[in-house]
Design a protein. Structure first.
Length: 164
């Protein structure tokens, strides 16, 4: 198999349902994106939809402009790293039981973030080896978010990923 054939086999268009809960607020989004593999890590990439509580929003346009934010999740066996690039920029990492430093930056402000992850799970077996063939993948994590050492909330995130 050539390098190009291997790359193509390791990239898959997907439909992602994102369920995010912060304390008593819930936001559900549905976006199109891609799942791909580099080495032993998996990446999930999509354009962030504008959140609207208690509604499902769908965005199929995958082009990026300055008013949109591209989200990349790097998933390894013990860590999830979330990176946003666009209208806002941020990095957050999630490792079970560990404090992870990150940041948030917009045109108006920049501040440090810290996450403390209490739950990190995905379907077993997660496809860390072999071809990207699945009917559905689920990833979930729970964490406390600290901004300048002050806890700003408890978050529960669930992703449901299906081939597009």
């Amino acid at each position: 198999m050539t390098e190009h054939q291997r790359e193509t086999a390791d990239r898959l268009p997907v439909l992602i349902t994102i369920d995010s809960r912060q304390d008593d607020e819930r936001v559900t989004q549905q976006v199109e994106g891609e799942l791909f593999r580099k080495g032993s890590n998996f990446y999930i990439r999509y354009i962030e939809a504008e959140p609207q509580p208690e509604r499902v929003k769908r965005r199929s346009d995958s082009s990026i402009d300055a008013s949109r934010t591209q989200v990349t999740l790097k998933v390894s066996e013990n860590l999830i790293k979330l990176t946003r690039r666009g209208q806002v920029e941020s990095e957050q990492s999630f490792a079970l039981g560990a404090r992870q430093n990150g940041y948030y930056r917009s045109s108006a402000i920049r501040f440090p973030l810290t996450t403390v992850t209490s739950k990190l799970s995905w379907d077993e077996p997660w496809p860390f080896e072999g071809p990207l063939q699945f009917d559905e993948l689920r990833i979930a994590w729970s964490y406390q978010l600290y901004i300048e050492e002050r806890c700003t909330g408890k978050f529960n995130i669930r992703l449901r990923i299906i081939p597009a």
